[in-house]
Design a protein. Structure first.
Length: 238
């Protein structure tokens, strides 16, 4: 039964079969697609990981009749009654390995700088992030904004070049500029150019406002410290 699918949870199923049937280790190992030594370790309670048994009869992968047939003939190979349904991810944000999640802000900043026509929803789906994070980086209110450096998300491994190109092309088309239109001379003052100019102006204004706010805060802190020092000197006995 080389092409037979294995149970959805092979080790948990093997644990249940060891504890609840008289099947041989060879039969259990073959049905679950694991090594016979792993089954032996489960039976001897020596396995490094302890698994909670999973009933393959309840799951519809085996029948009691099939188990009884195997118990009566040690050479019999158990047959899967119903193959497990493979779980596929169809919705929700992209999963990003933990090791690369710290690179997301850099990738977002790169997209905001180089492709302002791409919507927050598209960036969220492409990078696997939230709109709140995108907004914080755009408005420079992100907690780690001082350390964020725009970097190509493809280079960072957050998406493929094909995915990035598709998103950019879709955004350009939605903004009214297709690839063929880009090849032709573009008149000054088009809607897309105005939109990009407005977005860049808004971004520059936000950056300037954030810088001014930081300078004001620094000046206020310096003044407060200065006053505290003067007050301390005034009360210090000669």
């Amino acid at each position: 039964m080389a092409n037979q699918p294995t149970p959805l949870m092979p080790h948990a199923t093997a644990t249940w079969l060891v504890d609840n049937t008289g099947l041989t280790f060879e039969q259990i190992a073959a049905f679950c697609g694991i090594h016979i030594l792993e089954v032996q370790a489960m039976a001897d309670d020596l396995a490094s990981s302890k698994y909670t048994g999973r009933d393959p009869v309840h799951a519809g992968e085996l029948t009691l009749e099939e188990i009884a047939r195997g118990e009566g003939d040690s050479e019999y190979s158990l047959k899967m009654q119903k193959a497990p349904v493979e779980v596929t991810r169809t919705k929700g944000p992209r999963y990003t390995p933990v090791s690369k999640r710290q690179d997301k802000p850099d990738g977002i900043a790169w997209l905001l700088r180089n492709h302002p026509e791409v919507s927050d929803a598209q960036i969220s789906k492409l990078i696997g992030t939230t709109r709140n994070t995108i907004g914080a980086i755009r408005e420079r209110t992100h907690w780690n904004i001082q350390n964020i450096q725009p970097k190509d998300p493809v280079t960072l491994g957050l998406c493929s070049q094909r995915e990035l190109d598709a998103v950019v092309a879709k955004a350009a088309k939605k903004a009214g500029t297709s690839e063929t239109e880009e090849a032709a001379p573009v008149e000054a003052g088009t809607d897309r150019e105005k939109l990009i100019a407005e977005l860049r102006a808004e971004r520059d204004a936000n950056e300037k406002a954030a810088a001014e706010a930081a300078q004001e805060a620094e000046a206020a802190a310096w003044l407060e410290n200065k006053r505290a020092e003067e007050a301390g000197e005034a009360t210090d006995p000669a």
